[in-house]
Ligand binder design. Structure first.
Ligand code: 5GP
Ligand code: ZN
Length: 117
């Protein structure tokens, strides 16, 4: 575990989170600052910095993260109307926490994919 990593500390139970789903390899919990009616973060239990590192190092766990994102969407009642899965990556991608996480957002029409520039 990386003590300096916020999401590793959530995995370890050192920082509380509202967990909605877990598997052997993944954890899903509500975002502290939701950007949509439903906003859940899905992470691998093991630390990988971003989705590119994860895909290269452990494609099987990358698949687990996607499967958990789909399970969360189903459990949260998003599957019928649709939802968005976002991996912010690196500086231009606006990534703030460098433990890879899928944002699963939905519960209302989400508008255009990117804000106007
Ligand atoms: P990023 O910008 O790295 O893609 O997303 C990081 C996300 O983590 C943000 O949406 C932010 O609201 C969320 N976040 C930051 N700190 C915490 C925390 O302590 N608990 C939870 N549940 N979410 C957090
Ligand atoms: Zn971590």
């Amino acid at each position: 575990m990386d003590n300096s990593c916020l999401f590793c500390r959530i995995v370890a139970g050192e920082i509380p989170a509202t967990v909605v789903h877990r598997t052997e390899t993944t954890l899903a919990f509500r975002d502290i600052n939701p950007k949509a009616p439903t906003h859940v973060l899905v992470i691998p239990v093991e630390h990988y910095a971003d989705v590119a590192v994860l895909a290269e190092a452990n494609p099987s766990v990358a698949a687990d993260v996607l499967a958990s994102a789909a399970a969360v969407a189903e459990m949260e009642g998003l599957a019928a109307d649709g939802f968005r899965v976002i991996f912010n990556t690196g500086e231009d991608g606006g990534q703030e926490v460098f433990h890879v996480h899928a944002h699963v957002v939905g519960g209302a029409p989400l508008g255009p994919m990117l804000a106007g520039r």
